[in-house]
Design a protein around this ligand. Structure first.
Ligand code: 5GP
Length: 192
């Protein structure tokens, strides 16, 4: 998606060899008009799929998922990372290791919001090693729901996430794929 690639080039900050900071428009300050267009693009990419719910994980996925939800006309459900009063029998849960935080989270979704009638579009801000998406896929499977697809805002194509997610046999689309990044700039690739 040209608009997103341009914005990453203009405002993205590369940290070390593998972290991209996009706090100017996505992960801290939010450019709602840009995210609205991203939501519209997800709608175009997954137009043929039956989608009853969008699933993401707090915090950064929520804004993008909500914009997509406006275009699909379905609710957004986000997995929580912080412990809640729900007992373990009331939730679908999965462990997710975050390499940016070097920490494992137990992500949880209340059973009342996901059922075997649902066809779910998973959305997240970044795809790196694929752990967050795998955790969300586990939750969809545990609910007996169908996965309609996985939509990612920014994929780091030099990391193994795509291969890992594709092995699950799901329809994966990323709005921007960073193939290479460093002091010489950012090179984008294409979905296969
Ligand atoms: P994965 O689970 O695929 O390894 O990593 C995806 C998750 O880690 C995303 O939910 C995202 O929040 C975070 N993440 C991974 N790489 C980056 C990055 O380069 N920049 C930012 N801002 N977040 C990232």
């Amino acid at each position: 998606m040209k608009l997103l690639e341009e914005r990453i080039r203009e405002q993205g900050i590369v940290i070390g060899s593998d972290i991209l900071k996009v706090d100017m428009f996505l992960n801290h300050q939010i450019d709602a008009s840009l995210l609205f267009e991203m939501g519209k693009e997800f709608k175009r990419l997954f137009e043929k799929e039956r989608i009853t719910k969008i699933l993401t994980v707090e915090v950064s996925g929520i804004a993008i998922a909500s914009m997509a939800a406006l275009h699909f006309g379905v609710p957004v459900l986000y997995a929580k990372k912080t412990p809640s009063s729900n007992s373990s029998s009331d939730v679908y849960a999965s462990d997710v290791y975050s390499f940016t935080k070097n920490k494992t989270y137990n992500i949880r979704v209340s059973k009342e919001f996901l059922s075997s009638d649902d066809s779910v579009l998973i959305i997240d801000d970044f795809l790196a090693n694929g752990n967050a998406v795998l955790g969300l896929l586990n939750i969809v499977h545990a609910a007996g729901a169908k996965t309609a697809g996985v939509g990612i805002a920014i994929e780091k194509g030099f990391m193994p996430g795509r291969e890992i997610v594709k092995k699950q046999g799901v329809h994966l689309e990323s709005l921007a794929i960073v193939e290479k990044m460093g002091p010489e700039g950012i090179i984008f690739g294409k979905n296969d």
